[in-house]
Design a protein around this ligand. Sequence first.
Ligand code: CP
Ligand code: NVA
Length: 332
Amino acid sequence: MNLKGRDFLKLLDFSSEEIAYLIDLAADFKSKKKNGIPHRLCEGKNVALIFEKTSTRTRSSFEVAARDLGMGSTYLDPSSSQIGKKESIADTARVLSGIYDGIEYRGYGQSIVEELAQYADVPVWNGLTDEFHPTQILADFLTIKEQFGHLKGINFVYMGDARFNMGNSLMVGCAKMGLNFTACSPKSFFPQKELVDECRKIAAQNGSTVTLCENPDQAVKGANVIYTDIWVSMGEPTEVWAERIEQLGAYQVNSRLMSLAAPDAVFMHCLPAYHDKKTAIGKEMCERFGRDAIEVTDEVFESERSVVFREAENRMHTIKAVMAATLTEIEL
Ligand code: CP
Ligand code: NVA
């Protein structure tokens, strides 16, 4: 397997074997890190980390993974770079290609990261766009593999807004890796028909299914994984909160729903999560709409079924795998 020189923009660009390789490579890096075995495979290289939206996990993961691999990194936030305001994406790509060995981009439209990759002559990695969040899915799948020992045949249910980056990427990832994917939400929150059709074809090749379901009780029957995300994503206006609470209120992951899933079911979330009133926005929205939590109850979030913090840790190991595999030739 040789991914050197490749961009990592969306899972649709990668074969099932390549995705499986990246997950296995991440597991190998995780074991090396835990055992104190150095793995400075990219010694002397440097990476640029462009963030047009905020981040805790993704930024930390890229920075720590870069350091573990022997690389330097530069964090470029929206207010301290010229990107988009004084300098086009195409010009930025060519400037950064001369200085860095790889570029991470987190921002708005997928077309921006695709354009960056088109003009850059070093690998470009998608750290989240409105449409896709592919590095998150690698971490999610490493977590599922650790939990169940395999990916194929796992019944995976995504509750909530399935039209955005997490719903889309999880659907593609499940189809590629043979997990049975169900998106559970009101019809207006289902992923785009073209992407669903494409994923159904991919899933059929891998012996799995893609289902769209409006009924939460029905969707979670036999589920091994129940996954959710925040209902209002970065970049969306505050005004959509009222509509989201009204339309997605019945799709909250709570203990009753978990009890309808398979006995071994786990709860997953890309984080950050509004599971209590301990954040400014969580508190404001819980009080405004008379709720104790938003997309997941605190009881489920804090339960033994919840694997969210291992999932978050796995962001670092999987991002390390993506950088190492695209910057060097490695033997696993
Ligand atoms: N899950 C995730 O991407 O988290 P951050 O927004 O903190 O990077
Ligand atoms: N859908 C969320 C994911 C955060 C990791 C957002 O885009 O804000």
